[in-house]
Design a protein around this ligand. Sequence first.
Ligand code: T1G
Length: 694
Amino acid sequence: MTEIVRYERQGTIAVVTIANPPVNALGQAVRQGLWEAFDRFAGDDAAVALIVGEGKLFIGGADISEFGKPPLEPFLPDVCTHIESSRKPVVAAVHGPALGGGCEIALGAHYRLATKDARFGFPEVKLGLVPGAGGSQRMPRLTGVAPALAMMPAGGSISAQEALEIGLVDRVADGDVRTAGLAFAREIAEKGAPVRRVSELPNPQFDEGAFAEARAVWKKKARGEIAPLKAIDVVEASTRLPFAEGMAEERRCFLDLLDTPQRAGLIHAFFNDRKVAKLPDLEGVAPRTLAHVGVIGGGTMGAGIATSCLLAGLSVTLLERDDAAADKARSTISANLAAAVKRGKLAESRLEPALAALATVTDYAALGAADLAIEAVFEDMAVKKEVFTSLDAVMKPGAILATNTSYLDVNEIAGATARPGDVIGLHFFSPAHVMKLLEVVVADSTAADVTATAFALARRLGKVAVRSGVCDGFIGNRILSTYRGAADRMILEGTSPWDIDTAIRDFGLPMGPFEMGDLAGLDINYMTRQRKAATRDPRDIVPTWGDEMYHKGWLGRKTGRGYYTYQDGKASPNKDVEPLLEEARKGHRQRPLGPDEIVRRYMAAMVNEAARVVEEGIARRPLDVDVTLLYGYGFPRWRGGPMLWADTQGLAGLLDDIRSWETDDPYFWQPAPLLVRLVEEGRTFSDLNREDAQ
Ligand code: T1G
């Protein structure tokens, strides 16, 4: 077994190499290896020690998979102090990311060198934590509080050059990190340079204004997360406490946060971001070529999709029905790209080349060279079939034909072509060049390498792809329509839409269902109801007030009035809705709900439908639902997702509640068989995720 921490001499230099692929995470064996390496360094005649990471980076941080388990010695803060207390100089040579504990190991050294590709950061708050190995005490002593306040509450990182400018590193070098590190270490040895312990530097200057401003900013930005504000507290501790006390304060805060549901939720989300693309049927399947994308339809979605592809450096041919529509699409796309430059998502210098990579055409023949075509035309099956028949006639063999439909049957669309194996659904969320979620809808005949190409496209676009089966609404919108139905039922029983929105927003979603309806347009909900009317179960309820609001032209933000009135950017409850609700409530038992009950029902409906979606294989695992709700519907990341929320609440209690509501409404509150089974077997949704991974 190769050593996880190697100690080798290069002349008077002791090179300590961390070799723990894939990210040199500081698991127990690495910490032990570092401890022993520096014991050895103390005892031998090497003049200077050099720490380097093997592979593509220095160190990716503490081993996140250890969190939530009993901590194992040696603890990381002690390892950093063990390195720093060396009587002979220690150099850290960083390439690639030095994150969290990786940055803390570098800070424990006496000198720091970075190659140009190095990045230094403290992402701990993204895991619900604060730095836990001295970062909040050492960095401010080295750089002052401002760079630490800019980085730690945000979980941000900086480049090698920026690190040099703030004094985090002593030197930025070209070329191979080991070579540069050795040269720097030899220079230090030859000069007889002294040890320089960061912990012995004076406390950084306390800047009252800076801390007050940081707290004001992060009280708003954190949106319920506690770690960002705690990060400010521990940085502040570095300005007033002796180092050892500051370390104790940081450790206490770190251990407290380690014990919170927010840490569990955020780490659940971290690992799911990676697991969601791990699908057994894609193992070893190579994606097809992906360089030139055709987009059919230049409306909001088509232009957004084209923008997303151009931002990723792909070339795009966008087809519209006539020149006027094509020109309009082009201006929408150039506005999107200009906004991306303003948001810092696109370098100014890339704006022209991105636009030059866009061709707008009105003739299908121009799509012949495209590797992939994405249709984003009107949501009507007949129209879609016509488009796919035309695409089938002109696209080259091996090209992929994708539909952006949000609910239509992708199998039926595939049937309109002679190449159903090349057909797939790519459900983008609006605005397509901003929202990260991409539902990859795999039809019955879709070939495995077509699915693999869809996931490769998502990675290229910087999106998170979730595999979905074919049903009305796929994963996200199908679940949305159910929890939206729960909200409508609460209205019928006397709860106001505005109380529901407030309760759901306080729970952590960006907005409640009625605010969301106003934003998307209440005509969309109306059209969906009309579309489903023919197949609606007679026991289902129809929000008649919603139809009346539609006929009154109350469509939400776009008409200035919906569930809210909108004046000068301010939203106020539209009390003219009340009479419509009173009328609809006639004949229903009135039992207005408080915020906790509102959340309980809303979430129970979400989880119950999600259990059906998993059972039917529309979502492969519960984690696919969690990722969908996080990236497509603003579910609070620090809760991990609705399925983790359900596990945390306890499935048995949730099922009891659903059963108690089932007596009044057997149609809507029918318990999902999977939920019943898990409770009977004493298993959780997380168990299902683990079983699928085996
Ligand atoms: N611990 C354990 N596993 C990790 C890991 C980590 N820190 N980082 C990545 N992995 C796994 C990941 O799950 C995936 O596994 C594989 O490595 C490749 O990851 C005390 C408390 C470093 C920029 O938050 O940002 O230090 O799917 O696909 O794209 O103060 O990984 O292959 O099974 O992301 O090349 C702070 C998290 C920890 C950094 C590399 N550090 N990682 O990106 O690879 S807390 C972080 C990343 C801490 C101290 C505190 C990225 C990366 P699998 P990947 P990548």
